[in-house]
Design a binder for this molecule. Sequence first.
Ligand code: COA
Length: 172
Amino acid sequence: MSAAADTTATADSVTAISVRVIPPQMVWPLRHEVMWPSKPLEYVVIPGDEDAATSRHFGLFLLDKDEPVSVVSLFWERREGQGVDESVAQFRKFCTRVSHQRKGYGTLLLERLVADARAGGAKSLWCNARVEQAGYYRKLGLSDVPGRAFEKDGQRYVIMEMPLRRPTAREK
Ligand SMILES: CC(C)(COP(=O)(O)OP(=O)(O)OC[C@H]1O[C@@H](n2cnc3c(N)ncnc32)[C@H](O)[C@@H]1OP(=O)(O)O)[C@@H](O)C(=O)NCCC(=O)NCCS
């Protein structure tokens, strides 16, 4: 898990963007606003959010703004008696501020997460996808895991995954 903490990219010719590893406290407000605005803020805090050995949080920032417009969290499993399994990574709680969606920010952020997961040794990446986002994730290279759809709090999900190949020398 040795990826650099900061990257800078440009989505278009005008907007300067930075993608950064951020503390969990910085992802909670956007998670709340976008994903569960009707629930209390505590609802969006998930077990492991504050365990740096098993999670890492990313935020995409515009120009010099202090608040991220898109966030996503990367998780690894802690296996009983074997430490953290870095070969299988999960992304969770991916969201972009409604006013900033469909501009390519989420894709940029997820690309950074994929690069970090791969550099950390993950061989596959999976997520519980809201069914309405499954088409978007398929475009990004994830596939549905058959027979693993479920419903939680009135929201339907499908489990999706993708293999992660090793980075080439040029990509490192
Ligand atoms: C899913 C989510 C995080 C994607 O974030 P985003 O910043 O909008 O992502 P992108 O802009 O990179 O791509 C999203 C869509 O916009 C399209 N897009 C990207 N750039 C675009 C542009 N310049 N103009 C128009 N569309 C564009 C992408 O092709 C994609 O299209 P699709 O939905 O038809 O597949 C965002 O929609 C979101 O927060 N949704 C609500 C929360 C949620 O459901 N999270 C996922 C839980 S599994």
